[in-house]
Write a protein that binds this ligand. Structure first.
Ligand SMILES: Cc1cc2nc3c(=O)[nH]c(=O)nc-3n(C[C@H](O)[C@H](O)[C@H](O)COP(=O)(O)OP(=O)(O)OC[C@H]3O[C@@H](n4cnc5c(N)ncnc54)[C@H](O)[C@@H]3O)c2cc1C
Length: 415
């Protein structure tokens, strides 16, 4: 595959862009692969990429029922941060954040990583205590964050009203190297690199069954026929409970719709990401000028990929107090994704009751930021058959053994 570069752009401009190759192939599925991964979202594609890059395992198929990146990966508000409370989470999310820094070079695709800084606002005394505690924990974990006062918040984000009548801003947890990346480009970049390594990305192909013999996985049934494999990775986010049922085990997950919306584009007015968890809205400005707003999850389990209308109103109404600038903006689009939420608000990366079948799921409302780290850890798990240091705390067993990784402050409602 040809490398993308400034030189390549100039060369193609000179010949009217006739020389670009397809970014990834559209192969016919083979009868058998060493590894099959179900789900071509960010985590599935990153798992495949690191299987090839770190372990030389390239006879891999990634099977996707829709189009690659069309699940939550292409539907999120792209916030990247690693300011988590518990040590295993901080290690995993910080690994992911640091991989984002070099991902454009690693996959030779501009993922538009923008480390513009993220503030999590404290608007209640409870949040002040929670975020100060997280700042101390992050200092011990080597994750660079700081507690900042309301004046510093105002300096960083002048459009904010910090004296709101109900929820004045009392400070914030600031991570200067947090930010955003272009979500589709993350999926496309990994997909192109995987295809370049000879892996097969099979789109429009739904997995309808998981076949096993004597408690060990043998392959999958799909809408394009049966495919055998030595190892299987289930990486399907909001559909995890369905696919695990096909494989004969249950997961401690709930699936709910989470939604987001964007405003009409306006001139640049905000160059950081703000998360206001109490009033429940997340805000950043896209390169096109739209205000990108993340809302909350539906209060009931569902698979709608839409979200309820009352949430749109609630989110915007709540944000108006802290961001009066929003009150006159028209909203352009609203959409939703199905997120899979665990009881302790931490993901599951681990072995399953079925031999040679591994799972990566439970990222809830915040797994975009984890894509490179989650893929790295899942690739190690699949390649070695055992979790490495990044994944070992996130096993499925923790729910049976009571080893919860409680991230209700960092991830209970936040993205
Ligand atoms: C509105 C919204 C805002 C969000 N904001 C943020 C944010 O700001 N920051 C952040 O870190 N995270 C955010 N998230 C969460 C984040 O998007 C997800 O945690 C992350 O994208 C999960 O990636 P994934 O690869 O596991 O799942 P997905 O991208 O959903 O990929 C799973 C894939 O599996 C496929 N699949 C399912 N079943 C089958 C089957 N039977 N056969 C074949 N394929 C199948 C699906 O079609 C899908 O493409 C947000 C999510 C939403 C919905």
């Amino acid at each position: 595959m040809k490398r993308y570069s400034a030189f390549a752009i100039a060369r193609e401009a000179a010949r009217y862009h006739t020389g670009w190759e397809r970014a990834w192939r559209a192969p016919i599925p083979k009868k058998k692969y060493d590894v099959v991964i179900i789900g071509a979202g960010g985590h599935g594609l990153a798992t495949a990429f690191y299987l090839g890059k770190n372990y030389g395992i390239k006879n891999v198929a990634i099977i996707e029922k829709g189009w690659l990146g069309g699940g939550n990966t292409g539907r999120n508000t792209t916030i990247i941060r690693s300011n988590y409370l518990q040590d295993p989470s901080a290690a995993l999310y910080e690994k992911a954040r640091s991989l984002y820094e070099t991902m454009s070079q690693d996959v030779n695709y501009n993922i538009m990583f923008s480390p513009r800084g993220v503030i999590m606002l404290a608007q209640t005394h409870h949040e002040v205590r929670g975020y100060q505690r997280t700042a101390h924990a992050n200092a011990l974990q080597g994750v660079k964050t700081e507690w900042i006062d309301p004046q510093r918040v105002k300096e960083l984000c002048p459009i904010m009203n910090i004296d709101g009548p109900r929820y004045p801003v009392m400070g914030g947890l600031w991570q200067a190297r947090g930010g955003t990346a272009r979500h589709d480009a993350v999926a496309w970049g990994y997909a192109r690199a995987c295809s370049d390594m000879g892996m097969d990305i099979i789109q429009q192909c739904e997995v309808t069954g998981v076949r096993s013999e004597n408690g060990v996985v043998k392959g999958v049934d799909t809408t394009k026929g049966a495919i055998d494999c030595d190892k299987l990775g289930i990486v399907v986010a909001g559909n995890s409970s369905h696919v695990s049922e096909m494989a004969g085990f249950r997961l401690p997950l709930e699936s709910v719709a989470l939604q987001a919306l964007v405003s009409e584009p306006i001139k640049p007015c905000m160059d950081i990401v703000v998360m206001a968890n109490t009033v429940h809205g997340y805000l950043s400005q896209s390169d096109k000028g739209e205000m990108v707003i993340g809302g909350g999850t539906d209060g009931f389990n569902n698979y709608t990929q839409r979200g309820s209308f009352h949430h749109v109103e609630e989110t915007v109404r709540a944000l108006n107090e802290t961001f009066p600038i929003l009150s006159r903006l028209k909203m352009l689009r609203q959409w939703g994704g199905i997120v899979d939420v665990t009881g302790d608000r931490s993901p599951i990366i681990g072995k399953t009751p079925l031999g040679n079948c591994f799972i990566n799921c439970g990222w809830g409302t915040g797994g975009f930021k984890a894509i490179p780290g989650g893929g790295w850890a899942t690739a190690e798990l699949i390649a070695k058959g055992e979790p490495g240091p990044l994944a070992e705390a996130f096993s499925l067993d923790r729910f049976r053994e009571g080893r919860f990784i409680d991230e209700s402050v960092a991830a209970g409602v936040a993205h």
